[in-house]
Design a protein around this ligand. Sequence first.
Ligand code: GDP
Ligand code: IMO
Ligand code: MG
Length: 427
Amino acid sequence: MPAIVLVGAQWGDEGKGKATDALGAHVDYVVRFNGGNNAGHTVVIDGEKYALHLLPTGILTPTVTPVIGNGVVVDLSVLFAEIDLLNERGIDTSRLLVSANAHVIPPYNRTLDKVTERFLGSRRIGTTGRGIGPTYADKMNRVGIRVQDLFDEKILHAKVAGALALKNQVLVKVYNQRAITEDEVVEELLTFADRLRPMVADTALLLNQAVTEGKNVLLEGGQAALLDVDHGTYPFVTSSSATAGGACTGSGLPPTAIDKVIAVAKAYATRVGEGPFPTELHDEDGERLRRVGGEFGTTTGRPRRCGWYDAPVVRHAARINGVTDLVITKLDVLTGFDRIPVCVAYEVDGQRVDEIPMTQTDFHHAKPVYEWLPGWTEDVSGARDLTDLPTAARDYVQFLNDVSGAPISAVGVGQDRAATIVLRDLI
Ligand code: GDP
Ligand code: IMO
Ligand code: MG
């Protein structure tokens, strides 16, 4: 089994952290390939809760080598704060590797992210304010700062000066902010250089060698298909490729190395930030999903928008990613609803459409077409086999299996690592 990709199938926060952690014992490497500390992956092991933002979830498994791939954008202050926090809790982080080609989030991009959102007003994206968008923009614009630049002070000065020449014009003249000096940026970045150096590696080379040696590599996605810069609800997306294609470019492993793509989807749907969300609820049912599901952002603490399961969204994710296995999470949160609607298609301008409409305008106007399934009242959190579930819950899982475009391999029934029904082994 060479490389396995694990991605989100909705708008993020599907439970990718828990699913990655569950596979930890079977893999040698866990690689983050996109995003940065906009992600928040929660793992609960024996009642102990860990919230990971930048570090791959594999950091919690002693036998795993965790890797921050070239496709990630790294806020170095967050990286070391996260490492320190885990060390205080007795977690060994010494195996961590960081790609020399990963981009760093310089302080001016955190500022730019926040002031741009303010400037956009009602057209804002609802970003996490972590500088993610401006840093990916710099990367594409070829004015980014990479991890390796920290080890050549002359180059670092030149690159920061080059970036600031334009950034300061924008900060001062457009956003009325103070100018940032080259020296303060370089000084901040260099404070991390000595600590960072031993972790830095040619991770693309290393991961390819690992695959050749028959090692198992798990590529852990941040964000999700509908937040993907190409395949999501643009412009209400993040700025990276959060789908399986991004796992290749963001790690340096070729498509031919990947033979399994696992997508994670909640048994309902949530979204943080702005943008279309056809099944969104603005009523007591939505409140209840938020309360019972604990739907508040791991990263920003914002309440997540909640709604019913949207099958065309997951089918889209299944297609774009080539999903081989679907993991459904949080089935337990649906306990106690009389009837549970599942969106199977949309109505756009009076017409039924079975898949996500081609244009964003139509998606904004899409109204869900629901099939109503019977609910259940029994506590399902102790179930470890499908036969442990009440019939209505089993039928619900079977229905999702039939409409989601990929077969379900596991169903989550609680936060803890052990609270999962495994239908077929993922590895
Ligand atoms: P990620 O970003 O995809 O890793 O997901 P988050 O960690 O941001 O959000 C998912 C939340 O749901 C976390 O608090 C998880 O502990 C929790 N969770 C994951 N799977 C389940 C499940 O099957 N049932 C319940 N009740 N909670 C779950
Ligand atoms: P995980 O990995 C949910 C959302 C933000 C915003 C949009 C752009 O935990 O699933 P950004 O700061 O990336 O420029 O914000 O994307 N967003 C997420 N929503 N889960 C995430 O990560 C997210 N990462 C970004 O809320 O709408
Ligand atoms: Mg999250």
